[in-house]
Design a binder for this molecule. Structure first.
Ligand SMILES: Cc1ncc(COP(=O)(O)O)c(C=O)c1O
Length: 349
């Protein structure tokens, strides 16, 4: 069982703390490889896991054809499309619902640009919970259809994603629902950090030199930073990989902040990018992203939609991974030229 011994504020983000030690991750791989493997470093008390779907344990693909095409012989792709609703959002959903099942809470809420909502709708359906979702009216119809299919109650908010977050958080507080809002509930970071542990194990208990990650609200990148930092705290790794955050050129608040230049309206226009999952004007934990990138010696990079589209085609054609625009290997050749490189999460179309 993982026992939380306290928490610290890391650049505005709550990081739970554990008793770190080299024995917390067993050397032997269990027959079923899921995120619950890292229970010693998760806020999950004793007893069987109640969440009914397997989550995590996704493959780290060696992508030989893609390596050849890009001239990056050490590139790896962590394929998060293999999760139940095809993104890393399933990890956070699973941990928040696990907590709710143990405490007898019957309703979960979140705001989302789309993928976290789909993950929440499907996770709640499987767990027998009610899901109340708040999305912007811009949310893609195919994602709305999936939420509806899973029986979620969906509220479309004309004022946009930030207003949807405010509504979902207010409702969670008023009605004691589970609050799965990314960055607001520290469990979302705890769950997503398991990607860092998996990558380390899949590389033979070694870390990559760098990891390239799409950034919207920030928890995906910040969680990786926490996971890698915990491996160091456990004495299982010597240093952290460089984290490189990717945003769409039309919506790049954190890239601009990284360079210390104010973002203009054309750089804060979520409607202008097809990468809807990362089109966030006011990232929930932006300061923590910049802190993690700085501490790991990484970088923030903005990418055009046409580069994202071509990356999606390259991923499909050279790696057999069906990704949407928020998960890709962009900029890998320019930013890092050697060493093991793990491209960020991919999301199925
Ligand atoms: C597939 C995918 N990757 C990355 C992200 C960005 O994640 P975060 O909001 O944790 O920065 C999202 C956000 O929705 C997403 O859907």
């Amino acid at each position: 069982m993982g026992s939380v011994i306290g928490s610290v504020d890391q650049a505005g983000c709550e990081w739970l703390q554990y008793d770190y030690g080299s024995a917390v991750i067993a050397k032997e791989r269990p027959a079923s490889f899921t995120m619950w493997r890292y229970r010693e470093l998760l806020p999950v008390p004793d007893g069987p896991v109640r969440y009914p779907m397997p989550v995590g344990g996704t493959p780290l693909l060696p992508v030989p054809a893609l390596r050849k095409t890009l001239g990056t012989p050490h590139l790896w792709i962590k394929d998060e499309t293999r999760n139940p609703s095809a993104s890393n959002k399933d990890r956070a959903t699973a941990l928040v619902i696990e907590d709710g099942l143990r405490r007898g809470v019957g309703t979960i809420t979140t705001a989302s640009t789309g993928n976290a909502a789909v993950a929440t709708a499907f996770g709640a359906a499987a767990a027998g919970m009610r899901a109340i979702i708040f999305v912007s009216t811009d949310c893609r119809p195919e994602k709305l259809a999936l939420m509806a299919q899973a029986g979620a109650w969906v509220f479309r908010v004309p004022e946009g994603y930030a207003a949807a977050v405010d509504l979902s958080r207010a409702a969670a507080g008023a009605f004691d629902w589970l609050d799965r809002n990314t960055g607001a509930n520290p469990f979302t970071i705890e769950a997503k950090k398991t990607v860092a542990f998996e990558v380390w194990e899949q590389l033979g208990r070694r870390l990559p030199d760098a990891m390239i990650v799409p950034v919207g609200d920030g928890p995906t990148l910040v969680a990786l930073a926490k996971g890698f930092a915990e491996l160091v705290s456990c004495g299982l790794a010597a240093r952290q990989p460089r984290l490189v955050g990717i945003q769409a050129e039309c919506c790049q608040p954190l890239v601009r902040a990284w360079f210390g230049v104010p973002a203009g309206p054309a750089e804060l226009n979520p409607a202008a990018t097809a990468a809807d999952g990362i089109a966030v004007v006011r990232p929930a934990i932006g300061d923590a992203v910049l802190d993690a990138v700085r501490r790991t010696g990484g970088a923030m990079v903005a990418v055009t939609d046409s580069a994202l589209l071509s990356a999606v085609a390259t991923l499909a054609g050279r790696a057999g991974v069906g990704a949407e625009l928020t998960g890709n290997r962009v900029a890998s050749r320019r930013v890092i030229s050697r060493g093991n490189l793990v491209a960020g999460h991919a999301q199925a179309i």
